[in-house]
Ligand binder design. Sequence first.
Ligand code: GLV
Ligand code: MN
Ligand code: MN
Length: 409
Amino acid sequence: MRNNLRINGERLSWRLAELGRIGALPGGGNCRLALSDEDRRGRELVVGWMKELGLAVTVDAVGNTVGLRKGSEDGPPVMAGSHIDTVATGGAYDGNLGVLAGLEVVAALNEAGIATRRPLAVAFFTNEEGARFQPDMMGSLVFTGALPLAEVLSTKGIDGETVGEALARTACAGPAPAGRPEVHAYVELHVEQGPVLEAEGFAVGAVEGVQGISWTEFTLAGQANHAGTTPMRMRHDAGLVAAEIAVFARALAREIDGNQVATVGAMTLHPNLVNVVAERVVMTVDLRNTDEAILQQAEHRLFALAEERAAAEGVTVERRCLARFAPVAFDPRLVARVEAIARDEGLMVRRLPSGAGHDAGIMAAVCPACMIFVPSAGGISHNVREYTAPEDLANGANVLLRLLLELAE
Ligand code: GLV
Ligand code: MN
Ligand code: MN
């Protein structure tokens, strides 16, 4: 009978749409940057739903929020979770799906009058995206004790506000302790955010792990000078070095091939004027690979190139690590269960690695963890056009329901 239990797909889509109204962008998509006023309003909506479903809600010092449903026995809960912050040009699915599908699981159990043996928890973690404050997965890092709270509170965001100031201004923090989580198992349903499932006709992905992530900020300092009068050989052009780093990052990823990716996603030039040689550039490089040794080689080559090109141009280079995560492998038994449950549901399923970072990768350090992927239309994410069909959302949520039930027995 429990295997016949289903989540309500229409209500899941409705909740996603309702949450998507908060921080909605004029042309579609969402901006709910971590610890912004929009994030705060999103939290209020989701916490309200948690309470309606009878969950006991606790919030910790960085705003990680957990809704707990009692089991027939006490003990560490089986947790479903993800995040509800977005990048500045995000969609309605990234993160939100995992949280709201968790609520659907609770609703389905409530409606069927089912009590599980272990408690069930639905969680959302603060600042998974890392778009406003780095590193990404900040909340789950604090939740698991991998990142000290004091360090996080003093971290400045791209707009100059610190995490501590933003927490105080938005009143997103609470008194629950962090750093000693007792979680029996963690399951995160998420949109793939890549093209593989859709292109190959799969309904579900059984995620084997998360690739390694390396975020570096380069600050290049040269000399501002007149664009017309300064001979080319006498320039100290920070803009040129930035361009060389960007071109090299792409060439490096192509040369390594396989799973290596490289992205220059942010670059600011000073003074950023048409007729002035750029004096200063701050830029980011995001490198990722499923293989830690190859990722380290890519880092070394990128850093060496930056030093070499900067020296050649008479520009200084400073490097700051914004985030660094080794690749993570999910619990093999849980990955196998995702695969088996999806098959049993009559869904085409394949194993794949995650290209994006996820809270599940952080939770994997403290408990058995895994992820369920559903297709992203056109493989598009971190884009206002992000979309997943309602049927795919419901399929993923039903796999989540069955796996949580198994784990909670
Ligand atoms: C987080 O969404 C990341 O993978 O950048
Ligand atoms: Mn996400
Ligand atoms: Mn994201």
